[in-house]
Design a protein around this ligand. Structure first.
Ligand code: SF4
Length: 237
């Protein structure tokens, strides 16, 4: 994809949604961190349902630590891997209190040293809570970047590095949300909604859905096949 096409991709995504944001509900960097940890292999909706009660009763690291692993687990039981996540979060609360005065550090290395916090989670927290131009590559962004030809790569890390290299500076802060929302609602995994996609003419994916996206030669072949079947259909009546 050319630099001009990449610029156009983000210009269109920005025009459609000038101020994108996470769909996770939170009121502090700590609550965002907890939500992102819980969202691994879970939907944002299911996380929001669980954290509504959790953040009401335990909005801070101190209050969450007081719940203990078993107490926290009762709030997040509807979320996959809840036992492991409860153990990691209680340990995270303890570290935040002991080392960071109960605050979430705005530092990648410190974040990634917390239990259950990997590069993707750290990127989301740095971007959303601290306004850094990081790009967290999840399954949606990995798919969209490869299909579009925006930043092809074999691993999430490769795609992340490529995106950081090629996304124009002015779009980098929100690139993560634009791509994730595009992947979640338009360029979905099994059946991308290509005919409704604002990026259709820029996209390099060779298996687009919908008649309009087929190359002219394929469209002509499809029309010929339909015509050749028509007399047989009429004879059967
Ligand atoms: S045209 Fe289709 S494959 Fe390409 S980005 Fe849009 S939805 Fe995804």
């Amino acid at each position: 994809m050319t630099p001009a096409a990449r610029h156009e991709v983000f210009a269109r995504l920005q025009a459609a949604d000038p101020n994108p944001s996470t769909e996770l509900e939170y009121a502090s960097p700590f609550q965002l961190l907890v939500s992102v940890v819980l969202s691994a292999q879970a939907t944002d909706k299911s996380v929001n349902q669980a954290t509504a009660a959790l953040f009401r009763d335990a909005p801070t690291p101190e209050a969450m630590l007081a719940l203990g692993v078993a107490g926290l687990a009762t709030f997040i039981r509807s979320i996959g891997l809840y036992n492991t996540k409860a153990r990691n979060l209680i340990e995270t609360c303890r570290i935040l209190i002991e080392r960071y005065n109960g605050q979430v550090p705005a530092d990648r290395q410190a974040l990634e040293s917390l239990p259950g916090v990997g590069r993707k989670t750290a990127n989301v927290v740095l971007n959303v809570a601290f306004g850094q131009s990081t790009i967290a590559v999840d399954t949606h962004i990995f798919r969209v970047a490869n299909r579009l030809g925006l930043a092809p790569g074999r691993t999430p890390f490769e795609v992340e590095q490529k995106l950081l290299e090629v996304v124009p500076e002015q779009f980098r802060r929100h690139a993560h949300h634009w791509l994730i929302l595009h992947g979640r609602y338009v360029c979905i995994s099994r059946q991308p909604k290509c005919p409704n996609c604002v990026l259709l003419d820029l996209c390099e994916y060779d298996q687009k859905t919908g008649n309009a996206a087929r190359p002219a030669r394929q469209r002509r072949q499809a029309v010929r096949r339909t015509r050749s079947r028509a007399p047989i259909a009429r004879r059967k009546k």
